[in-house]
Ligand binder design. Sequence first.
Ligand code: CP
Length: 356
Amino acid sequence: MRPDPGVASENSMTAAATAAPVRRQIHPPPVAASPFPYNPGSLLSVQDLTLDAVSHLLARASVLENMDPLVRDRILLKRRVALLFYESSTRTRTSFELAAKGLGADTTLVSNLSSSIEKGETLKDTGLTLRALGAETIILRHNSSGAPWLLEETTHLPVLNAGDGMHEHPTQALLDLRTILAHLRPGIETVAEDTLAGVTVTITGDILHSRVARSNMLLLPRLGARVLLCGPAQFLPELATGAGPGISIERDFDAALRESQVVMMLRIQAERLAGQQIDLEQYKASYQLTGQRLATHAPSALVMHPGPIIRGLELTAGVADGSQSVILEQVRHGVAVRMAVVERALADSSTKAGRA
Ligand code: CP
């Protein structure tokens, strides 16, 4: 228990007080335990999850995936899930929606392109409006890093981060992990600090702007994986070397491939380049994943990509459609993982605007 600063200071002054004039004690204001307590159902960052929590979500994803749909769709029957998307999305939005509907929830989509956000309504007011309409959880994609924290703090609802700016994409990291485990550690869902020991994952491309890279960098090394970051300085500043334990830079893509069991390709995020010019031919010569490069340096590595893929840029069409590609498997795993995450968000019904 935190000591009462006023009492402590009175006791320590007892001896000296005999000679000193009596002074009124000033009690400092109580210090809040935390700026704001997270809703237990929220998933804002992969860092919020213990490895036990990751294991539980992976195991629950499998249970839900294999459950009779007629039983499964009673789990969140008529619960209200809002999808609030300020950025385009195909995979994340659709899979969250299918996940929530697969559990029986009612969903509603609010997009910045077809809502009062276009008229200037703020994130705070949009969130409060969704809560007033009965939303019990909000799935948020936003172009500003940190937006899910603001929404959580404002609405006190469980908030699921569906990608915030260049910051994090926690459910993508979970579905990527599920995909990696399915191939490299089949049957394993309970993860520990050594589950991916001996596995090297190379992440190549526009790492600077990638929330997918960041969430994977925060999760995979905790399971013992080594993460190699690969790309030109423009997309991978040297300071990324200090990104965390188990993470290093390898600028030579072929050398990185030779060490990798998994290669995760990233798209160049043209929408975040802010006028920077890229020499695409030079980029492709150094970093495009081609069939020849893969066959020569990593003939058995898994090829992953969070999507959307740009065929002919970061990877060739042949690699995207080839036998080493698990890109569409990643998409499929997204539904199961997001069912577990949405269920977790609504598991504690006392969270329903209870702190409002
Ligand atoms: N991986 C991913 O976030 O894809 P979308 O942008 O299509 O949701």
